[in-house]
Write a protein that binds this ligand. Structure first.
Ligand code: KIV
Ligand code: ZN
Length: 518
């Protein structure tokens, strides 16, 4: 039997991003899209243009810039959704329009409040309309795994007859077991005329922890596209994790007869970038990309590993691009050493990026004796500016302990000279935040703040990720420092810079056609 090629359809920027806590700005989405391109995904679902003007703009930007993968946009079976998605993917080298509608009786009755006949009519008209924008139309039958098989076959037959080239049958609520999910595909492929001419696709959610197992079972049943997300992010328990599907294919290629185009060595870099952008890191024991995925603590395991790595390791961390080095940089390391280390980690920096990171590196080296790869990656991610750094923190002094916490802050901004303020709060971070929002005259409500220490040791760098509502708008920010109050203040200043940038973009698009206000 010939080895099958399976297409990897990445939906990190759509199904992944729409889950709480994962929202990204258009600039962040574009940065991630470039990395997904480097990862080698075949189809990149860039967003849901009807959801917001930001989503529309970011799908259009990605379609214009990312040229190799097929760029897809999602639309409900509504004319307006389809038109917005069709326009958004207009600039793409290869564009796909992805239309979906629920097909289970439960969804038809309770969510859509229509009849099966209405659904059939919408499927026909929507696939037809989508075809006016591109020949590459994908149709998804939402909640397919809980749909009456006879009705599912009718819907799929109609979508194929109207010209859909890809038929996606999602396990929307993560309910199916692998044998059931595979049987659904076998049944539909056998019964529906024209099935041989289209690509069937799996899309699995992880509510029972079976998303990857279900996707692999579907491949065994003839599916030739799987939809997945980096780190498995997504609604509720998430989507099937891209890295797990790809590595299952790599490590078990004798048993699983398929191959895909993703470059495993880019997996870790992509996972890290996503985590830095969202501030959400995978749980430590997450397969492939978790902090402990390749750690061997138990003595008996360590003993085995020292004898032969194969005793407890089925793949090498290097295969997924996890750097393994004991190289330590410090105060006396120069620009070249830094550049070389970044190159070894897989990052070719431009002159400007190197200068920015080097400046931060020397500041850190004054406070921390040994600088490890984790520190370098934090510096790198902090130095990518997704918004102009108009506000800058120039001075921070906090007094806390047995006295009531106060903070003294000075900042530069789009005004002449420095502005300063003193703030108080329940703790030193709250005091610093009060002073910063006072200087800027903006309402700041902190929604969440998380802190992680990058490396072991007392002089570890603390990385702070924050979600804040700034004048009613939700934004994220991150900051790193050996001092966690300073790291938090930097994270807030980062979010404030993004808020200012977003205000600018909004006011410049006020004159454009107003499409989202319905
Ligand atoms: O889970 C799902 O059913 C979806 C569809 C919109 C493809 O995400
Ligand atoms: Zn989904």
């Amino acid at each position: 039997m010939a080895t099958a090629d399976v297409l990897i359809f990445d939906t990190t920027l759509r199904d992944g991003e729409q889950a709480p806590g994962n929202s990204l700005s258009p600039e962040e989405k574009l940065r991630l899209a470039r990395q997904l391109d480097a990862l080698g995904v075949d189809i990149l679902e860039a967003g849901f243009p009807a959801a917001s003007e930001g989503d529309y703009r970011s799908v259009r930007e990605i379609a214009a810039e990312v040229r190799r993968p097929v760029v897809a946009a999602l639309a409900r079976c509504h004319d307006r959704d389809i038109d917005l998605a069709g326009e958004a993917i207009g600039p793409a080298e290869r564009a796909r329009l992805h239309v979906f509608i629920s097909t289970s009786d439960l969804h038809i009755r309770e969510k859509l409040r229509v009849t099966r006949d209405d659904v059939l009519a919408l499927v026909g008209s929507s696939v037809r309309r989508a075809r006016t924008y591109t020949d590459d139309v994908e149709f998804s039958a939402e909640d397919a795994s809980r749909t009456d098989p006879d009705f599912l076959c009718r819907v799929v037959e109609l979508a194929i007859a109207e010209g859909a080239r890809t038929i996606n049958l999602p396990d929307t609520v993560g309910y199916a077991l692998p044998n059931e999910y595979a049987a659904m595909f076998r049944d539909v492929r056998e019964r529906v005329p024209g099935s041989g001419g289209v690509v069937f696709s799996a899309h699995c959610h992880d509510d029972l922890g079976l998303a990857v197992a279900n996707s692999l079972a579907a491949i065994g049943a003839g599916v030739r596209q799987v939809e997945c997300t980096v780190n498995g992010i997504g609604e509720r328990a998430g989507n099937a994790a891209l890295e797990e599907i790809v590595m299952a294919c790599q490590v078990r290629h004798g048993a699983l007869d398929f191959r895909c185009n993703v470059h495993p060595a880019e997996i870790y870099r992509t996972s890290q970038l996503l985590s830095y952008l969202t501030g959400v890191f995978p749980q430590p024991n997450k397969a492939i990309v978790g902090r402990n995925a390749f750690a061997h603590e138990a003595g008996i395991h360590q003993h085995g590993m020292l004898q032969n790595g194969l005793t407890y390791e089925i793949m090498r961390p290097e295969m997924v691009g996890i750097p393994r080095s004991t190289l330590v940089l410090g105060k006396h390391s120069g620009r070249h050493a830094l550049e070389r280390r970044f190159r070894d980690l897989g990052y070719d920096l431009t002159e400007t990026q190197l200068s920015d990171v080097y400046r931060q590196f020397t500041a850190l080296a004054d406070r921390k004796r040994e600088i490890l790869d984790e520190d370098l990656l934090a510096l790198l991610h902090e130095s990518f500016h997704d918004a102009p750094e108009e506000y800058q923190l120039t001075h921070l002094r906090v007094v806390c302990g047995s006295v009531s916490p106060t903070a003294e802050v000075r900042m530069t901004g789009p005004w002449v000279g420095e502005r300063s303020s003193r703030g108080t709060g329940d703790g030193p971070i709250a005091a610093a935040f009060t002073a910063i929002s006072d200087i800027l005259g903006r309402q700041v409500e902190v929604l969440s703040l998380s802190l992680r220490s990058l490396t072991p040791g007392r002089d570890s760098v603390g990385q702070v990720f924050l979600q804040a509502k700034i004048d009613g708008k939700s934004l994220s920010g991150n900051g790193a420092s050996t001092d966690i109050v300073e790291a938090s203040a930097r994270a807030l200043v980062h979010a404030l810079n993004k808020a200012r940038h977003a205000d600018r973009l909004e006011s410049s698009s006020l004159n454009s056609v107003y499409l989202w206000g319905v």
